[in-house]
Design a protein around this ligand. Structure first.
Ligand code: PEP
Length: 249
């Protein structure tokens, strides 16, 4: 991996965590000494400000899990990228398959949200991934590259984009693709990024997500073109999250 692509291990807490979960946050911050990878936790909106304040002065980053495309306005229940930034987030997950499924977010919506993240100075982590039917039909690479082409606006750079490849059938199921399959999709993503963004593509990090655990992290993180992990369930426990981070090459 080129020196520029520092491994990123990001935890997606989804709709989990009350204020008492700060204990896990603190355990991650206390245990990250000697970890070479960048670490980020994305708690629910309600915890972002408190978590960001708690880790101020450490290198542990806090991110959001979604944002609205608009800066403000009549969008009951939504949160603007500027609000995440104001609360202390530095990044935001966008286009997660659960958002795409639960809220019918298509690529055009995700693209608008990426622009909002850029407007607010947040790093977007753009998720793409195929269903099991699409994989079985041999369409995984085509689906993922189409999503990426349509979800990421022009002008992305190594500093303004992280991609997360998350096969939907691997999320929360305990199943993972083979490392050969992961390498193939990540290679296709890198190829597309190079077509669109030229030399910047070499610096854009591509995370793998989907049932990453302490016992499979080393193999996945050592796979070609895998620059880190987006971790769901295993990020809720500091010990597991740190074990994954320590497995990074
Ligand atoms: C996710 O939802 O981003 C994810 C990767 O979940 P899990 O690690 O639990 O499969």
């Amino acid at each position: 991996m080129p020196a520029r692509r520092r491994t990123l291990i990001a935890g997606n807490w989804k709709m989990n965590g009350l204020r008492q979960a700060k204990a896990e946050l603190r355990a991650v911050a206390a245990g990250m000494g000697g970890v070479g990878a960048e670490l980020m936790l994305c708690p629910p909106f309600t915890l972002i400000a408190a978590f960001a304040a708690d880790v101020a002065g450490t290198s542990l980053m806090i991110g959001g899990q979604d944002c609205h495309a608009a800066e403000s306005g009549a969008h009951t229940g939504d949160v603007a990228a500027e609000m995440l930034k104001d609360a202390g987030a530095v990044a935001v997950i966008l286009g997660h398959s659960e958002r795409r499924a639960d809220h019918r977010e298509g690529d055009a919506v995700v693209k608008a949200k990426v622009k909002a993240a850029w407007r607010a100075g947040l790093l977007p982590v753009v998720c793409v991934g195929e269903t099991l039917d699409e994989r079985d039909a041999g369409e995984a690479a085509a689906v993922v590259t189409r999503q990426l082409r349509q979800s990421v606006p022009d002008g992305a750079t190594a500093d303004t984009l992280v991609v997360a490849y998350e096969p939907i059938w691997a999320i929360g199921t305990g199943r993972t693709p083979t490392t050969d399959d992961v390498a193939q999709i990540h290679g296709a993503i890198r190829h597309l990024l190079a077509e669109r963004f030229g030399a910047e593509a070499e610096g854009i990090r591509i995370l793998y997500g989907g049932s990453v655990k302490p016992d499979n992290a080393a193999a996945l993180l050592a796979t070609a073109d895998v620059d880190g992990a987006l971790v769901g369930g295993a990020s809720l426990k500091a010990a597991d999250f740190l074990a994954i981070a320590r497995a990074a090459p």
